[in-house]
Ligand binder design. Structure first.
Ligand code: BDP
Length: 333
């Protein structure tokens, strides 16, 4: 509650400040444009994606001799993901964000690909795709939605966790499960026999605490950093989705940048991926140890084929539009 209140106060403060300052601040000095760009991230300041954001900002500052200053706002202080993406899209008060690709699907349906259950067989196959020409094309295709994707960041695999016992597929029956704003995820959770409830990430802890929802799903670092594991103490490692994160910039702003500055931002974003992925591996390990030590009941899944069979209708219905990409992914190792 206290945390929620301070996030609210901070958000209000930021909103007031941003309204006062307007959007991206730009001024010309000797022909070159100086600007301050705001980058929002819903995750806390020590989270791997924020390490990536900060590395990106540091590289841009260095390569432009401080002319382009990226200010990173972690902790959701600029709003929830949906509203921040709307801002980025409409060229509003937020110019950049690091966001989950699942949250992007309502703005650009092609991003829905990543919400398909059991799409990738493992981390290597996922990154082989993300780094491929087809994976990179999806970032560029965000331009058709007035946004531009600069890079993917790692986000591990998502699994279900609940306040109620959860050691087998049948335990999901009838549970109220919070999901991201993603039509495919809604279909997936329904196919698994549960009741999906869309809710902003920042509200999940409180909703688990009060019992408004029984369960949620996420990767280990989020399960840990958002303290969900303190309330939802039953985790089943079904790894239903691997949903990459995206570093996103408003197309309006992107088009204002000179080709040289565009190149600097793109290269800095690409270079920041290694920083995020290294930080991810360390955080993931630390979170796993913490969750085990806290006594969370952790169940591994030995009958994943049953889970895959349960979501087959989702792949048939929602996956049809992605047939070529799915076939291509299956050719990768
Ligand atoms: C986390 C992502 C964050 C999403 C959140 C969610 O890092 O961007 O908002 O999941 O479930 O893994 O909404």
């Amino acid at each position: 509650m206290k945390r929620k209140l301070s996030v609210l106060i901070l958000s209000l403060l930021c909103a007031v400040l941003l309204t006062a300052c307007g959007t991206t601040t730009e001024k010309s000095s000797g022909g070159a444009t100086e600007m301050t760009i705001r980058l929002a991230d819903i995750q806390p300041g020590d989270y791997p994606t924020v390490d990536g954001d900060k590395k990106f900002a540091e590289l841009v500052k260095e390569k432009t001799n401080g002319r382009i200053n990226i200010e990173v706002y972690p902790g959701g202080t600029l709003g929830d993901e949906n509203s921040v993406v709307s801002q980025v899209q409409s060229g509003g008060t937020v110019d950049m964000t690091r966001v989950s690709s699942a949250a992007l699907a309502s703005f650009n349906p092609k991003m829905g690909l990543f919400a398909l259950p059991y799409l990738f067989k493992d981390l290597n196959q996922e990154w082989a795709f993300l780094n491929s020409a087809k994976g990179q094309e999806m970032l560029k295709d965000l331009q058709s939605s007035n946004m531009m994707g600069l890079a993917y960041y790692d986000s591990g695999a998502r699994s279900f966790y609940s306040r109620k016992p959860l050691t087998k597929l049948a335990d999901l029956q009838g549970q109220k499960i919070r999901v991201q704003q993603s039509a495919i995820t809604l279909d997936m959770v329904t196919a698994l026999g549960a009741n999906p409830i869309v809710m902003p990430y920042g509200d999940v802890f409180g909703a688990l605490q009060t019992g408004t929802i029984d369960a949620a799903e996420n990767n280990m670092p989020s399960f840990d950093s958002a303290s969900h594991y303190t309330v939802a103490t039953n985790l089943i490692l079904d790894g239903h989705q691997r949903v990459p994160e995206v570093l996103l910039i408003s197309l309006t702003l992107w088009n204002k940048l000179s080709p040289d500055d565009q190149k600097i931002l793109q290269e800095a974003a690409t270079a920041s991926v290694d920083t995020e992925r290294d930080a991810w591996d360390k955080y993931d390990e630390k979170s796993t140890a913490k969750i085990k030590a806290a006594g969370v009941t952790i169940t591994s899944v030995d009958n994943i084929a049953d889970w895959q069979a349960a979501v087959k209708p989702v792949l048939e219905k929602d996956g049809a539009q992605f047939k070529d990409l799915i076939d291509y992914i299956h050719t990768l190792n």
